[in-house]
Design a protein around this ligand. Structure first.
Ligand SMILES: [Zn+2]
Ligand SMILES: [Zn+2]
Ligand SMILES: [Zn+2]
Length: 162
C-alpha cells in the first residue's frame, strides 16, 4: 500500500495490521533489550493505541480496555500509559490530550506532529534541526527549554484530494 515518505501519512485504506504488528514487535524487542517487562496490560494498551493512526483519549482507552479486559482498572491503565510514555513507545498530543504510537521507538528523539484536521490522522516528524532552532532561539532570550511541544494542524495528502 502507498506510504508517503517522511512524514508518513497513510492512505485511508492500507494494511494497518502490518503497522500494529511492526509496532508490537519493536516494543517487544526494545523491552527485551532494556530488560524491562512488557506485561500484558502494557501490550494491550499499546495495541489499542495503535488501533489507528488517530490519537486516542485516555478515557476511550479505559472504556475499551474495561469492556474487553476485566482487570483493567484506571490506575493500572494509567501506569501502563506512563510506562509507554517513559519508554517512548507512545507520545502524548498535548493539544488534544490524547495518545498516539511512536514511529521511531528505537531512536532517542524529540518529535513534531502533523495533525490532519480532516481524518484526524497524525504523522510524526523527528527533525533534529527543528529542535536546534527552537533551543537556539529560546537561548537568545535567555530561556532554557525543558519541553518542546510542536503540533501543526492541516490536511494530509488524502484529505487534500477529497
Ligand atoms: Zn497503519
Ligand atoms: Zn516518536
Ligand atoms: Zn487526513
Amino acid at each position: 500500500m502507498e506510504k508517503f515518505p517522511a512524514p508518513s501519512f497513510y492512505a485511508h485504506r492500507h494494511n494497518h495490521n502490518a503497522c500494529i504488528h511492526s509496532a508490537l514487535n519493536k516494543a517487544q524487542h526494545i523491552c527485551a533489550k532494556k530488560e524491562i517487562r512488557f506485561t500484558r496490560i502494557r501490550q494491550q494498551t499499546l495495541e489499542l493505541i495503535w488501533s489507528s493512526h488517530k490519537p486516542i483519549l485516555a478515557y476511550e482507552l479505559l472504556r475499551t480496555l474495561r469492556r474487553e479486559k476485566h482487570n483493567a482498572e484506571p490506575p493500572t491503565v494509567y501506569r501502563a500509559l506512563d510506562f509507554l510514555l517513559e519508554n517512548q513507545l507512545i507520545h502524548k498530543i498535548e493539544s488534544l490530550n490524547a495518545y498516539v504510537g511512536c514511529h521511531f521507538p528505537d531512536k532517542d528523539h524529540i518529535s513534531q506532529f502533523l495533525i490532519c484536521t480532516g481524518c484526524h490522522q497524525i504523522a510524526e516528524l523527528e527533525d533534529a534541526n527543528v529542535n536546534k532552532v527552537i533551543t537556539r532561539q529560546a537561548a537568545r532570550s535567555g530561556f532554557q527549554v525543558a519541553q518542546q511541544t510542536v503540533e501543526i494542524r492541516g490536511l494530509c495528502p488524502t484529505c487534500q484530494n477529497l
